[in-house]
Design a protein around this ligand. Structure first.
Ligand code: NAP
Length: 152
């Protein structure tokens, strides 16, 4: 049976800042590292599937809406059933944080750019996502905030 390859690309500030007021905290910053990071995200995800919460999908610019599959995640959806719909594809889980809380156990590769931004945020990266592994399914994980799930 074909697998779904589940990946994440995200960008964080110096202390894990992810979002502010529904946007990237560094929105509008035209310094080269910020511009390059956004361009890289859309290059790498081109041709693949991007699944994310309603706000994150809503922020995808028009130019990137036709050359990739966009799928809005809602909290009532079962993550395994959702990922199985995309068997044989590479699926990027785009966040926000409540989505990564649930989908982190299925992620095989995290691609995190740490940008120079050091200002405020209202959405933060959670390092526990990186160890929310399917390995721990059926075990009691030492960190109770980590939810384990089977591989897809
Ligand atoms: N720096 C980065 O790389 C990066 C990446 C992504 C997002 N962001 C930032 O993060 C912010 C947006 O994220 P957000 O979390 O506020 O909104 P979001 O993208 O809409 O994601 C959260 C929503 O996803 C839905 N959802 C889908 N599946 C879910 C599940 N299994 N469990 C719980 N909720 C689920 C929920 O909405 P329902 O309950 O209505 O279904 C939830 O409110 C923005 O500031 C954005 O710029 C930053």
């Amino acid at each position: 049976m074909q697998q779904t390859v589940v990946r994440v690309i995200c960008a964080i500030g110096q202390s894990g800042q992810l979002g502010l007021n529904g946007e990237l905290p560094w929105e509008g910053n035209r310094d080269p590292e910020y511009v390059a990071d956004v361009a890289r995200f859309f290059d790498i995800t081109r041709g693949h599937v991007l699944i994310a919460g309603p706000k994150t999908i809503g922020a995808v610019p028009d130019f990137a809406r036709t050359d990739r599959t966009l799928f809005v995640l809602r909290s009532h959806m079962d993550p395994e059933a959702t990922l199985k719909q995309f068997a044989g594809r590479v699926v990027f889980v785009g966040g926000g944080p409540p989505v990564w809380d649930i989908y982190a156990p299925y992620v095989s590769h995290w691609d995190i750019t740490r940008l120079p931004y050091d200002g405020p945020a209202d959405r933060w990266f959670n390092p526990n996502w990186l160890t929310a592994s399917a390995r721990h399914q059926g075990d009691r994980h030492p960190n109770p905030s980590v939810r384990a799930g089977p591989s897809i």
